[in-house]
Write a protein that binds this ligand. Sequence first.
Ligand SMILES: [Zn+2]
Length: 259
Amino acid sequence: MRGAIEGEYIALVRTLHASAARALPEQAAQSLVGHRVVRVERRAKYQLLHLDDGRTIEVHFKMTGDWAVGPVTLPPPALERVRIETAHGMRISLVDGRAFAVVRVHEAGATFLPELGLEPLDVHFTGELLRSALANKRGPIKPALLDQRVVAGLGNIYAAEALWEAAIHPLARANRLSLVRTTRLAEAARLVLERAPAARYYGKRATDTGHAYAIGDGGDEGWNVYDREGEPCPRCAAPVRRMPQAGRSTYYCGRCQRV
Ligand SMILES: [Zn+2]
């Protein structure tokens, strides 16, 4: 599918089923014609077709959806629900027996968040995005960071370390954080993942980030606060504290991490 449509101009879009037409009304479908698909991205179960005008076509196969790709000169496939044709004569058909698959269009800059949040190492993971992901999180920031819909792949240890790095208290109200602080937090999350042993799972090696604070030498893993209760905070030397939060142990510095 990517090879057939990436970089191509859309020449025709047609919905061929009532449920497909509900998600992609005729007007929205027609508004795609003449635009170029600049990039195709897959994220979790979502496929995102980024258009030249900043809009995004979101595709979710749900249970039985799939693509059928071929030249427009061939007969269309069975169970075709949405048809996209390119200016180069290729037909990309969403085929779906159950007709639960969804194709919809998002305006440029729209913050539609998939069920799974971005990973901190994703280039699109910014303070702005994090702030909007936290917008309806009224509780404290630490458990919010463990919600995979907010951030994907940030576990208990990294969440604690990122909050320390960003000097944000684990009890700070998630949806009250300023853009400055969510930006610092997004950078901190990236930093801890980049230098963590687990960084290899992300296809990156730990990098020398030139950060102002040395990694503490309290444990084998070199955490700054995690599992270091009572030891001095590497930044301000106050003793690291531990508290239970949402069923987990949270480590933090009560002096330099602010609510
Ligand atoms: Zn401190």
